[in-house]
Design a protein around this ligand. Structure first.
Ligand SMILES: CC(C)C[C@H](NC(=O)[C@@H](N)CC(C)C)C(=O)O
Length: 639
């Protein structure tokens, strides 16, 4: 009772603005700064691996995905610390310090002068830099992941039970801040942002509602589940009467309230099983879709593509919240949170169908590369006259001087003989590389061959033309050329530039972001509303874990190899998500929404704890009155 009254006393310090507790301002600004720091660092991480640590593409991508997965696994640790030991407020403070140390460690690891004794611009001891950066990344993952479930749940704690509308708006604004932070971080450098994150959070210290942790709750949960399983196994004979729920087998030893709370959490966690599939598709934005963009044309659009998701979130969240959802409600349709999440999944599946269609368009324009048993050859003629080139047995090409064969010629054998109609006729045998592309250059006259560098010292030729994305060229430089006759240099296009414009990716980004708003924002709210009071952070962590599992699936899929056609892989993922969303909708159909506070009150009542409950209710009523007075006070002051 003493502990309870002290919690209520703290609640009485609440201050309001427009019906919202002022304390949430500090929490959303804190989230904005944290995401600014996280995404700013993440944006340059692969580049750091690739160009500073000199790792290859595969290693850089794998470590990057492993880091992202770790960031969404550590929430479990943060939630356990918060709900069982330190409480959310202190956990956020301590883990933010760990986060800041991680960022500083990471920053130090990028200073090559530390080990560059000979000052040649490259570090002398890569092991030192790798070890330091890995330590930094682990600390960052611990910090960012650890505080993530606590910040969302701590924000939710600032509201009272009758403020469910404000609570939903809070989660939407919270999501907006995540994306505003990430958007800004791609535009400006995230300098000192972890320090600001911490300072903003501490600034609101006096205004927060801080609920105390209830002992080592996770340990009690594990012991209770373990006991229920053991007890069920001991009474497996059919002579024992069945119990309504398998957790009821813990009734003999554990508190009914704890059992009821575990049941609530398990019910939601079970519902989460199919959800990682959504994130598997969502997270391919950063890998497969980015690779798809590299085979497309468009300069400035590439910047837009990297920021299109947060920009769309900033526009779609208010549109959905203020227009679409109320409109659906007005039409008398019950668009419950789980239905929204199912529709969100279907949107993500549609995004992948759109990606497949774009891929089919791209494939039409991509060069036809040789299969592993074929070889391809292009012939370039730098001879002074047009030549008739015969490639055995029956390929005849007419190539004018300083020109090339129209395209690569494909052979299903490797040994060829090339004959030229020069005087005398020249014939030469070649062995081509299997599965490769080669160019055969017919020299002008081997005796007068000379080197020419396109831009070097005295001799240079400037090309003002723009080279297309993805194209490849060969320059034919006559042996007689000097800097004043650049015109005689001929350009042969080996590979055509990409011609499918990046703007075609916008529909798939629009669809996946619409899906994200329906799925992710709703999932965040749902996880908070369905969790018992003492396990709010744990359920937030469970929700974030679905993202970690999704990322791990991406890693496995990338390692296992791909289908021969990329568009087929996109369609496969889309169909998998449709199948998963059907399973999820069936599970959702059988899920009954609960009010955890009401269930807890009911169990307490059954346990004969009415007096305390009544006292709490009375206190809450008093508090509600006081809050209303507060709100009116604010309004009157405004008037
Ligand atoms: C697991 C998530 C809820 C991740 C969430 N991401 C987003 O909101 C993205 N739209 C951001 C974008 C820049 C990829 C987060 O908390 O970062």
């Amino acid at each position: 009772k003493v502990q309870h009254s002290s919690a209520i006393k703290k609640k009485k310090g609440r201050r309001y603005c427009c019906g919202y507790p002022i304390s949430i301002f500090f929490i959303v600004v804190n989230e904005f700064c944290e995401r600014f720091s996280y995404y700013g660092m993440r944006a340059v991480l692969v580049l750091y691996f690739r160009y500073f640590l000199l790792w290859d593409d595969d290693l850089a991508t794998s470590i990057y995905h492993a880091f992202v997965a770790l960031c969404y696994l550590t929430p479990i640790l943060g939630a356990i610390i918060a709900d069982s030991w330190l409480g959310k407020f202190k956990t956020i403070i301590y883990l933010s310090i760990v986060y800041a140390i991680g960022q500083v460690t990471m920053a130090i690891s990028t200073i090559h002068d530390i080990t560059d004794a000979n000052r040649d611009g490259t570090p002398d001891n890569f092991t030192f830099h790798i070890a330091l950066s890995m330590l930094g990344l682990i600390l960052i993952a611990l910090g960012t992941g650890g505080i993530k479930p606590c910040v969302a749940a701590f924000g939710g704690d600032q509201f009272q039970e009758h403020q469910s509308r404000q609570l939903n708006t809070f989660f939407s604004v919270f999501y907006l801040c995540i994306n505003a932070g990430s958007l800004l971080s791609t535009l400006i450098t995230p300098l000192k942002s972890v320090a600001s994150t911490l300072m903003v959070f501490i600034a609101g210290s006096g205004m927060y509602v801080k609920t105390d942790p209830e002992g080592n709750i996770m340990w009690s949960v594990c012991k209770c589940i373990g006991f229920a399983i053991k007890n069920r196994f001991r009474h497996r004979s059919s002579s024992y009467p069945k119990r309504e729920h398998w957790m009821d087998w813990a009734n003999e030893k554990y508190d009914k309230l704890l059992i009821a709370q575990i049941k609530m959490v398990l019910k939601v966690l079970f519902l989460y099983i199919p959800l990682p599939m959504f994130w598997t598709l969502f997270d391919q934005k950063g890998s497969r879709w980015t690779l798809q963009a590299t085979t497309m044309s468009g300069d400035f659009v590439s910047i837009l593509i990297s920021t299109v998701n947060p920009i769309l979130i900033l526009t779609l969240v208010p549109i959905m919240d203020r227009l679409i959802f109320p409109l659906i409600q007005k039409c008398g349709l019950n668009f419950s949170p789980l239905k929204r999440m199912t529709v969100g999944m279907l949107f993500a599946a549609m995004a992948f169908v759109s990606a497949a269609l774009v891929q089919i368009e791209i494939d039409k324009t991509l060069p036809n590369f040789p299969s592993s048993s074929e070889s391809q050859l292009k012939v370039v003629n730098t001879y002074s006259t047009t030549l008739n080139v015969t490639i055995s047995p029956n390929e005849h090409l007419l190539i004018e001087s300083f020109g090339s064969s129209a395209d690569y010629v494909t052979f299903d054998h490797q040994d060829i003989t090339v004959s030229l109609n020069t005087n005398p006729v020249i014939t030469k045998a070649f062995s081509l590389i299997k599965g490769g592309r080669q160019t055969l250059i017919i020299p002008s006259d081997p005796t007068v061959m000379r080197d020419f560098v396109l831009r070097h010292g005295e001799q240079w030729c400037e090309f003002s033309r723009k080279f297309g994305f993805g194209a490849s060229y060969t320059f034919l430089i006559p042996s007689t050329v000097f800097s004043d006759d650049c015109e005689s240099i001929t350009e042969v296009e080996d590979m055509k530039p990409n011609s499918v414009h990046m703007a075609l990716q916008i529909p798939q980004y629009f669809l996946i972001t619409t899906g994200e708003v329906m799925f992710s924002v709703t999932g965040l709210q749902f996880s908070y509303s369905q969790a018992p009071k003492n396990m709010k952070s744990v359920l937030q962590a469970g929700w974030l874990c679905t993202n970690a599992v999704g990322n791990i699936i991406v890693l496995i899929v990338a390692e296992l190899g791909k289908l021969p056609k990329q568009w087929a892989e996109y369609l496969l993922f889309a169909s998998l998500l449709v199948a998963v969303s059907i399973i999820f909708s069936i599970m959702a159909y059988f899920y009954t929404y609960i009010d955890p506070a009401e269930i807890e009150a009911q169990v307490r009542k059954e346990q004969g704890l009415e007096p305390e409950e009544m006292e709490k209710e009375t206190l809450e009523m008093e508090e509600k009155d006081e809050d209303q007075k507060n709100e009116q006070g604010v309004k009157q002051t405004k008037i």
